[in-house]
Design a protein around this ligand. Structure first.
Ligand code: NI
Ligand code: MN
Length: 221
């Protein structure tokens, strides 16, 4: 069992009882959370790209906790004082908590020469796809064909990423067992009716959609 905590926007903490893994650690400027980055404890921080709403407080948290940042080399260079494990698209690495594969994301990098990414985390019995900011892309079908996606964490906010219809199609293409929507309602420009996303996705795919409120938790199993 993995405990997922949502801090709003694209910021999550995964805790398997041994290791705490932070995803896209956006605290300070995040209107969806009152939690301060200074209270966060973790051993690893995964960063999908260099935009401020994803890189967030990564460097500060890494410095305070000693956590390792897992990201592309270009984003890693934005955190010169941190321990960085650089990866690139299609590469996997076995970390103590999970095997992590860096996947394509169709989005700008937020740093010169970079590339936005997503991650598939292979825990012992649960695979989690954290898409990052992305458009719908056809190779999501390959991700779903290659691995069993137990949980897909997908952006639905539109404007900067997939909106509701494309994110429902993504759930279908990934053949995801469960979907957790993210990257919506943070600002008016990405306001979404998440209930209609749930309805549409559950009609179009086999996925069960779990709406987690900012500050909420979900047990992944
Ligand atoms: Ni972005
Ligand atoms: Mn974003």
């Amino acid at each position: 069992m993995i405990k997922l905590t949502y801090y709003g926007h694209a910021c999550f903490l995964l805790d398997d009882g041994t290791t705490k893994v932070l995803l896209d650690p956006f605290f300070s400027e995040n209107p969806m959370t009152e939690v301060s980055w200074e209270t966060i404890d973790c051993q690893y921080i995964l960063v999908t790209h260099g935009h401020a709403d994803h890189l967030g407080d990564a460097a500060l948290i890494a410095k305070k906790t000693g956590a390792t940042i897992i990201t592309t080399p270009e984003v890693g260079r934005l955190c010169p004082e941190a321990e960085v494990h650089g990866m690139n698209l299609g590469g996997s690495h076995i970390f103590p908590f999970a095997k992590v594969r860096m996947t394509l994301a169709l989005h700008s990098a937020g740093v010169a020469g970079g590339q936005a990414c997503g991650f598939v985390l292979h825990y012992d019995d649960i695979n989690i796809y954290f898409a990052g900011d992305t458009a719908l892309f056809g190779d999501m079908q390959l991700i779903g064909r290659k691995e069993r996606i137990d949980y897909a964490i997908l952006p639905i906010g539109d404007n900067y990423t997939m909106g509701i219809e494309d994110a429902a199609l993504a759930a279908q293409w990934l053949n995801a067992r469960n979907v957790i929507p993210m990257h919506y309602n943070t600002w008016p420009v990405i306001a979404q009716d998440v209930e209609s996303y749930k309805d549409l996705t559950e009609k179009m795919s086999r996925a069960q959609v779990h709406i987690v409120s900012p500050g909420g938790e979900l047990e992944l199993k």
